[in-house]
Design a binder for this molecule. Sequence first.
Ligand code: SF4
Length: 189
Amino acid sequence: MKWYCQKGEYGKGEVAEHAQLYRDCEKEGVGISVMKPFAGGQLLDEKTSLFKRTLTHTQCIQYALDRPAVMTVLPGVRSLDDLYTALSYVNASPEERDYSVIGEFTPASADGVRVCCSHIQPCPAGLNVGLINKYYNLALAGDELAKGHYDKPPLHAGDCVKCGHCESRCSFHVKQKRRMAEIAACFSK
Ligand code: SF4
């Protein structure tokens, strides 16, 4: 089976390929466990959501469970409150589970907001462009651990030499050179 996951060491693929992965798994009888159904909190805020809509925890869980072949979701919890919030899905009404608000979403809607694909690599300056963007998105979503993770690799957004290689290959037309400056300014605070 092909591997389409967009993150991780073998990360590659675009939205249409992910949809194909789900269909392939369903056809082959392979169950999928979805991790991070809130995308590290990004889906819970319209400013960071791929769908450009604020979704509730329940809507995110239902959306993930409704994908073909998905058997379970594994949300991260930082506290008992987080756990209760996730578990409120169990008693949620059909109206609360309804995520049709994202019905007009198309892959094109992701333009300019999503950068975590490995196919924009390699960066001639050696930056892990996807990871840097991922930690920035998590920081914007309020993840207090994101800066610590961002700091660990030897190269950071400030090391970008603005060659534009990643920008020219990005499927979502993210203005990466400008974004690297934005990320460097954010994490240097
Ligand atoms: S623009 Fe910056 S991040 Fe993108 S490939 Fe060039 S040096 Fe790397």
